[in-house]
Design a protein around this ligand. Structure first.
Ligand SMILES: N[C@@H](CCC(=O)N[C@@H](CS)C(=O)NCC(=O)O)C(=O)O
Length: 227
């Protein structure tokens, strides 16, 4: 079942693409990385993800799978005997991990991105406060999910670790842009330590983008509004 050629359509700077790459690394799967350029979509991307036209797309044995969290779950299902399990084994823990992963994309990330596009000081401050509040919720989620272990998933990186951890480079870029720390020892001690562990994990470290390179990229993607 686990054989077949694997390709990934994506870009080095994308959080969502990084999720798929971490999952492939955790499972020791070799793949061809087909790099897209932001602002222009390849024929293959449009053909493989005609609904959303977004990366990542995993192509396994010529069949496309879209949406980062779905790709991560697919990788876990297909390569179930290779590397560690990505989803928690208990159905309740799986449901909770999926709940928080949806929260991260639908709420936390939306507030975080809004800091980069905010108009003026007041709006920026309001989004900073929103991210603070939402990050504190994630600190509590970490304490509950990890049950005293190193990662959301327990002893090793799993679904929720990937869902949040893939944002850590961009989080740092926003922290620098806003001159405000969201992860720190006093406000979010558990998440702060978790973030360091996550970034140093062998499945993550080689693909975590350099912050200066990412910050430069972010300035092009989100030019500061004038006035
Ligand atoms: N919900 C999607 C989001 C994917 C997404 O937003 N991809 C971005 C890259 S970070 C993209 O393809 N952007 C290009 C565009 O929107 O044209 C997922 O989880 O895969």
């Amino acid at each position: 079942m686990a054989s077949g050629e694997v390709k990934l359509i994506g870009s080095w700077a994308s959080v969502f693409v990084m999720r798929a790459r971490i999952a492939l690394h955790l499972k020791f799967i070799s793949y061809e990385f087909l790099q897209e350029t932001y602002g222009s979509k390849s024929e293959l991307l449009l053909k493989s993800n005609p609904v959303h036209k977004k990366m990542p797309v995993l192509i396994h044995s010529d069949k496309p799978v879209c949406e980062s969290n779905i790709i991560v779950q697919y990788i876990d299902d297909v390569w179930n005997s290779s590397g560690p399990s990505i989803l928690p084994s208990h159905p309740y823990d799986r449901a909770i991990a999926r709940f928080w992963a949806a929260y991260i994309d639908d709420k936390w990330f939306i507030s975080l991105r809004s800091i980069l596009t905010a108009q003026g000081e007041e709006e920026t401050k309001a989004f900073i406060a929103q991210v603070e509040e939402r990050t504190e919720l994630l600190e509590k989620a970490f304490i509950d999910c990890s049950k005293g272990k190193l990662f959301f998933n327990g002893d090793h990186i799993g679904y929720l670790d990937i869902a949040l951890g893939s944002f850590l480079g961009w989080l740092r870029v926003v922290e620098l842009d806003a001159n405000h720390k969201f992860l720190d020892e006093t406000k979010t001690p558990s998440l702060t330590k978790w973030a360091e562990r996550f970034c140093n994990d062998p499945a993550v470290k080689p693909i975590m983008p350099e912050i200066t390179k990412l910050a430069e990229f972010a300035r092009k993607l989100f030019p500061k509004p004038q006035g």
